[in-house]
Ligand binder design. Structure first.
Ligand code: BTN
Length: 314
């Protein structure tokens, strides 16, 4: 299936005969595989008499020869979740750091038990496995630092209005552009490993089952984006920001993070399992906790779901 997709990914027509010869199968077997591709991966195939077959939407496959990566990365055709795969490999003792990228996820995980819609070949589904020694202090603000790296990589493509919503959502024009999910294994008080999962909506144009407003890099730029270029920018930012976090802790990223916070100074509502607080977002502290001014008193919060407080809220 992978070879067939590679052949088709140039967006040109290929005859059944040509595809069959390249794959060493009959023309009718080619036709079956094309149907499979369409059904299983949701990739519409155009078929024109006398010209052959092509992908209705051209697709730039992930090609690691064209990507800068400071750690080994495996590119998978399909996986349940890149986070789940990294956690399995961490538990099996694979050395860190390493990354996993998938062309699609069948059970992509989002925050708060949500799923992450992950169609084939359109977006970025990337998880980096790292080890952290030294207890909770070393983990402080890690997910915020990853958010910073993601937003910087996105801005480097020319999308200056992309920013962050505490703790680590990446938004553009109030819509979700990227999400980050960290999962831990091992002993957080001593040596543990972290799966840093990053999902970026790159070329997705339609999707079922997303329960929040979303957008994509393609929407923002008005053209398809080469995921290899994005990955290179992302790896460079991750390398730099993770090194600074490891060497200097989160405090070194605090002000920079605040400068990207889209809701800095805005009236917000923070919902935790226990309660909902309404106040003004005044910043974050050295551990990455949110600082809210609630009726003139500054309070810090380390968890919860943030939403904008509408002006007619009471
Ligand atoms: C969120 O809900 O905002 C976090 C979404 C994180 C999605 C990414 S996609 C790559 C990695 N693998 C997963 O299963 N989830 C993360």
């Amino acid at each position: 299936m992978q070879t067939l997709l590679k052949l088709l990914s140039d967006g040109s027509f290929h005859s059944g005969e040509e595809l069959g010869a390249a794959l060493g199968i009959s023309r009718s077997a080619v036709w079956k595989r094309l149907q499979n591709l369409e059904a299983e991966f949701g990739l519409p195939i155009q078929s024109v008499r006398g010209r052959g077959y092509r992908l209705a939407e051209s697709l730039i496959a992930i090609d690691f020869d064209r990507v800068y990566a400071p750690w080994p990365v495996d590119v998978l055709f399909s996986v349940d979740s890149t986070n789940a795969e990294v956690m399995r490999r961490l538990d099996a003792g694979v050395g860190t750091p390493f990354g996993i990228i998938a062309e699609r996820q069948t059970a992509g995980r989002g925050r708060r038990g949500r799923s992450w819609v992950s169609p084939f070949g359109t977006n970025l589904y990337y998880t980096l496995g790292i080890s952290v020694r030294g207890g909770p202090k070393e983990l402080e603000g890690l997910s915020l630092v990853v958010g910073l790296a993601v937003v910087r990589a996105i801005q480097s493509l020319g999308i200056a209005a992309a920013g962050l919503k505490w703790p680590n959502d990446v938004l553009l024009n109030g819509k979700k552009l990227a999400g980050i999910l960290l999962e831990l294994t091992g002993d957080p008080a001593d040596l543990c490993s972290v799966a840093i999962g990053i999902g970026i909506n790159v070329n997705m144009r339609s999707a079922d089952g997303i329960d929040q407003p979303w957008t994509s890099l393609r929407d923002a730029l008005g053209r398809p984006v080469d995921r290899n270029q994005l990955l290179t920018a992302l790896n460079k930012e991750l390398e730099w920001h993770l090194a600074r976090h490891r060497e200097q802790g989160f405090a070194a990223s605090q002000r920079e993070w605040e400068s990207f916070h889209l809701w800095q100074g805005r009236e917000v509502r923070l919902s935790t399992a226990a309660k909902t607080v309404v106040g003004r977002a005044v910043g974050i502290d050295e551990q990455g906790a949110l600082l809210l001014d609630v009726d003139g008193v500054e309070s810090r919060y380390s968890g919860g779901e943030l939403s904008l407080r509408l002006s007619d809220d009471s």
